[in-house]
Design a protein around this ligand. Structure first.
Ligand SMILES: CCC[C@H]1O[C@@H](n2cnc3c(N)ncnc32)[C@H](O)[C@@H]1O
Length: 483
């Protein structure tokens, strides 16, 4: 395994770059020096890292939707609507599934079909096919910073084109865009692909261009315990900073118990700073992003707004830097622009009302924070041990050993031995620990909390609880109580 956490050398980067820019004809329009000049020509109001820094300074929680459609003019109309009617503080360009799989020929067909039929036949914006000039048209058509949101294991060409195209933030990572998104792509290969992405951003940073990186916190978005998503987020932060990234937004997907989620938001930046320092990596700007509930949603729009509001409350009380907004069409499919804007307005109403409040430090909150810190450190320390200090090598070995194990992940590289379930307050605990390196104290904490639920529900803790929890929110509950 020639994998290493160390910064990619210039020769290797340039060797890959020739191959990457040749993967689709639009790669020929990427010229690094010209792109640096374009990025530097952008006003400060369009630089993601600048606006995040301002928000961190002022204690603002920003709201950002997901959005993307096939054709350039419709995509611009959509983003403008979300900015003007929704009040979006940041805008996305959610990339379509073909592009995420590097299937640019099918993306091209989707573009042509969309133009013919008059509606988007792709589930996102095919940025590679549209190319650099089109991305710049999008960026120049709105007033706020624009981020690439996707789920791409090999995201190298997409990064080259969208960053040259003026996007100032790039979501994803070699673990978080593999394990939940792929069945049969090795972790070593996607870590390497993403080291290229992060090295490219490092080269922009060395030219004075700030590009923020946002590892994808929620992973499978289904009952992922905080310690597991934190471990992945911190590792992706380490891998990125090692390649020259200097601005990170670390993510976490809402689980639903307020105390646990606020504890997760408090501990994530603490852990990132602790392990970056432990590895002798430079200090970088760290912000957080909270994803509103990523699991199944109620079909009823009023109930969906309830779920959206609960996520907004948690983001506000947890002082997240940014919250990713869901829409009342979540249970139906790609939202209309009106539904998308409504989700943002609902969220911003709550953020504004709650901006002067926070959750007091109670013994319960302190205990949850201590548990998340202890659990995440147990995982990260074992990863570094397995890698003999190298986080990249350690990550591959940790997945092989089940030391990192993401619930309900499709990837065959994921052990899939752990089993999460909610406790009687809705906090996510582990019913089965697989090979996660938790000590007996931690395991007993989980067992006791779940045993209490069993007593409350007059049933033995079992896989049935997990199934009930997966459907619970769609049915209007949080904890999947028996009938
Ligand atoms: C991991 C992200 C899943 C979420 O990402 C939303 N999502 C996907 N594609 C689009 C799109 N093109 N426009 C608006 N939202 C979109 C889904 O609804 C889901 O909530």
């Amino acid at each position: 395994m020639d994998l290493t956490v160390r910064q990619m050398d210039a020769e290797e980067f340039q060797r890959q770059r020739q191959e990457v820019l040749g993967q689709w004809q639009t790669g020929k329009d990427v010229f690094f020096e010209e792109a640096v000049a374009y990025q530097k020509s952008l006003p400060k109001s369009k630089i993601f890292a600048e606006k995040l820094a301002e928000g961190k300074e002022k204690g603002i929680t920003y709201a950002q939707p997901r959005a993307g459609v096939a054709l350039i003019s419709e995509h611009i109309e959509l983003l403008r609507f979300l900015q003007d009617e929704g009040g979006a503080d940041f805008l996305p360009s959610t990339i379509d599934s073909y592009t995420r799989q590097n299937r640019y020929t099918e993306a091209q067909a989707g573009i042509e079909e969309s133009a013919m039929i008059g509606r988007s036949m792709l589930n996102g914006f095919p940025a590679v096919n549209h190319g650099v000039a089109a991305c710049r048209q999008v960026v120049e058509s709105v007033q706020v910073p624009v981020q690439v949101r996707h789920g791409t294991p090999d995201a190298r060409l997409l990064a080259e084109i969208t960053i040259a195209g003026g996007f100032t933030d790039y979501e994803g990572g070699g673990i978080s865009y593999n394990i939940p998104y792929s069945k049969d792509v090795s972790i070593e290969s996607t870590i390497k692909y993403w080291q290229y992405v992060d090295r490219l951003i490092g080269l922009y940073e060395e030219q004075g261009v700030k590009i923020n990186r946002e590892p994808f916190g929620p992973l499978t978005g289904t009952l992922v315990p905080p310690a597991i998503s934190h471990a992945v987020a911190v590792i992706e932060g380490i891998l990125a900073v090692a390649q020259g990234v200097r601005s990170l937004t670390l993510g976490y997907g809402q689980c639903g118990n307020l105390i646990q989620d606020v504890a997760a938001l408090h501990t994530l930046p603490v852990l990132a700073e602790e392990y970056l320092a432990k590895l002798g990596l430079p200090k970088v700007m760290i912000t957080t992003v909270f994803h509103q509930w990523m699991g199944g949603f109620p079909q009823d729009e009023a109930k969906a707004f309830g779920v959206i509001s609960w996520g907004a409350v948690t983001a506000a009380l947890g002082k997240a830097s940014k919250v990713i907004v869901k829409t009342p069409h979540e249970a139906l499919g790609i939202p209309t622009k009106e539904a998308n804007a409504a989700g943002i307005r609902t969220t911003k109403q709550i953020l504004t009302m709650l901006k002067d409040q926070s959750l007091p430090m109670t013994p319960e909150l302190a205990l949850e924070e201590d548990m998340i810190l202890a659990e995440t450190r147990a995982i990260l320390d074992r990863v570094l041990e397995l890698g003999e200090g190298d986080a990249a090598v350690g990550t591959v070995r940790a997945f092989q050993a089940g030391v990192i194990d993401v619930p309900f992940a499709p990837s065959r590289y994921n052990a899939g031995k752990i089993l999460p379930a909610r406790d009687t307050t809705g906090a996510v605990r582990l019913l089965d620990f697989g090979n996660i390196p938790f000590d007996e104290t931690i395991k007993e904490f989980h067992r006791e909390r779940i045993a209490q639920r069993g007593r409350d529900e007059d049933r033995d803790p079992s896989f049935q609880m997990v199934i009930d929890d997966i459907y619970a929110i769609g049915k209007g509950m949080l904890v999947g109580r028996p009938r």
